[in-house]
Structure formats: C-alpha cells, structure tokens
Design a binder for this molecule. Structure first.
Ligand SMILES: Nc1ncnc2c1ncn2[C@@H]1O[C@H](COP(=O)(O)OP(=O)(O)OP(=O)(O)O)[C@@H](O)[C@H]1O
Ligand SMILES: [Mg+2]
Length: 208
C-alpha cells in the first residue's frame, strides 16, 4: 500500500498565492483526492453492482490521517521483485517498451478513450507497468476545469482525451501528427454543444 499526501510545498505556495483559496473551496487542497475518487465512482456507475475494480486505475483503499494531513491509501503496483513498478517513462527511457508493452499501451489507451472517466494528466509518469501485462493509471484522473464541460458532455470528454492521447504518443516518440484547424473548429463546436447541454441540465433541475 502507498499513503499519498498532498505535497506540503504545494500548500505553502497555495497559501501565499491565494489567501482566500481555502475559504472559497469547501474541499480545499484535498480536491486532488476528491477528483480521483469521483472518477472511481463514475467508472463503476455505468455498471452498477460490478465488483471487480478496473485494472487500469490504481485501487483506492480509503482515506487515512497522517501528521501531514489526510492521505489517500492506495494499492501499490509492484514489479516481480516486489519493488514499485516501473512507469511508462522508465520503460521508454530504458528502451524496454517492447511489443508486449506496446500492445498493452494500446489496450490502455482504448480503455481511456472509451470509458466515461475524465483524465487531466495523461503523462508517461502516471502510467505504471503491471507485471501481469497491463498499464495502471496512478495519478492524473479527474477534471481540473472550472466549468465541468467534459463531465456533462461525453463527446467533448472523448475529444479532449484524444488530444491527451496524441500528446502522450508524441511525448514517448510514437507517431501522430497534429490535427490543425479542423480540431479547433471541432473544439469550438463542442464547447457550444456542451454549454447547451449544461443549460439543459440546469433547466431540468430548476423544473424539478
Ligand atoms: N499505485 C502506485 N503503484 C506504484 N507506484 C506508484 C503508485 N502511485 C505512485 N507511484 C510512483 O510514485 C510516483 C509519483 O506518484 P504520483 O504520480 O501519485 O505523484 P506526483 O507525480 O508527485 O504527483 P503529481 O503528478 O500530481 O505532481 C509515480 O511516478 C510512481 O513512480
Ligand atoms: Mg504523477
């Protein structure tokens, strides 16, 4: 198991930069944990009653108290020797991204794109290699945006994740050219559609 705390340096920086920050947001600096837990629940909500955790997300075991504040207790992904698993970045840098790992990466990206989860940081450091032969996302789930457009629009969520996947593949030196102006038009359209969706949801709530 791992005990993940909020980096105390992050808290200091936040306190200096934004004094009313803690008061403004109810969850405060714990929102990184809240974001991740929300995605775990969202991934299960599509299939109520499903017991097995998703193999592509680190398993969350709970919230515990530490001398550094509340912490997230998670299951560690370990390699064959019981050490912390290598990340996708380690594999790329050491030249160990073989056909098996590449196939597993494809399967992971397929899940990332087609599942309903929101992803904000799909960097190579956030993917751990499970010795069973699959990648596990250990950080970077959830939505950091102020207006939750991706949460209300699956289409926009997918569009955003496509961009993140393209950036990841570029980062690790695996193909993909950029989409250019067509993508910009698609994003503008998506924002309009998502805002309409949001408006419709709000109307529905008001009518309720
Ligand atoms: N569940 C896990 N199993 C194995 N190793 C992990 C796990 N979670 C984290 N790690 C290791 O710890 C490193 C840092 O973890 P994590 O990504 O959660 O924090 P961080 O990168 O410091 O946070 P942030 O990306 O928000 O700055 C990872 O790159 C990975 O090597
Ligand atoms: Mg990380």
């Amino acid at each position: 198991m791992l005990v993940k705390v909020v980096n105390p340096r992050f808290l200091e920086r936040r306190d200096k930069r934004d004094r009313f920050y803690q008061k403004r947001r109810r969850i405060g600096h714990h929102r990184a944990f809240a974001r991740e837990m929300l995605e775990h629940l969202a991934s299960r909500a599509l299939k109520p009653g499903r017991l097995a955790p998703c193999p592509h997300m680190q398993n969350i075991l709970g919230v515990v108290d530490t001398d550094l504040g509340a912490a997230l207790l998670v299951e560690a992904v370990l390699d064959e020797n019981g050490e912390l698993a290598t990340t996708l970045r380690d594999l790329v840098e050491s030249g160990h991204l073989g056909p098996r790992e590449q196939q597993a990466l494809e399967a992971f990206l397929d899940w990332a794109l087609t599942s309903n989860v929101l992803i904000n940081d799909l960097s190579a450091d956030n993917l751990a290699w499970h010795p069973d032969g699959h990648f596990v996302m250990i950080d970077g789930l959830g939505d950091r945006a102020g207006i939750p457009i991706r949460a209300v629009s699956p289409w926009f969520n997918r569009l955003y994740k496509r961009k993140k996947i393209r950036q990841l593949l570029e980062e690790i030196g695996m193909k993909e050219e950029s989409g250019g102006s067509r993508e910009a038009v698609a994003i503008a359209l998506a924002i309009i559609l998502a805002l309409l969706g949001l408006l419709a949801t709000q109307m529905e709530l008001l009518l309720d």
